[in-house]
Design a protein around this ligand. Sequence first.
Ligand code: CA
Length: 148
Amino acid sequence: MDFEQDQIDLLNLVFSKFDKSGKGKVATRHLGQVLEEIGQTLSHSEVAEMMKEVDKDNRGYFDLPTFLSALINMTNRKQVEEAFKAVFDEFDRDGSGYISTSEFRKAMKRMGEKISKKEAEDFVRAADESGDGKVSFDEFVKTMANKM
Ligand SMILES: [Ca+2]
C-alpha cells in the first residue's frame, strides 16, 4: 500500500496535533486517537498490537516514520487476512468457524475438483493443529501460508 500526497498531509496534520512537545513525537497511549482521526478503524487488539510495533522499546512515544511503517504493515496484514477470510468462508459454508472434512470435500467439488473422503481427511489432518478434527481460521491461514 502506498500513501497519496493528501493522505501524507493529513497524517502530518493529525500527527502534529498530538505532538504536544513539537519534537516529532506522539505519546503511545494516543495511538488509538491518531488512528481514529485519520479514519482507520482498528479493533482494540489491533491497536494494542500496533502500539507494540511503534514503541518496541517501551519509551512511551513514537515518531511519524515509525508510525507510517507500522500502519503500512497493519494495512497489508488486514488485506491479506480479509482475502484469506473470503476463501475460508467459501469452505465454511455453515459459518461454524471451522472447516469440516465434508465441507472441504464439497467446496473442492464446487471448484470442479473431485477428491476422495480420504484426501479430504488428509487435508484436515495436516492442517488441524489442535486435533479437534476440523480446521479453524488460524489453522487454515497457517496451512495456506505454508503452501505459498
Ligand atoms: Ca463449518
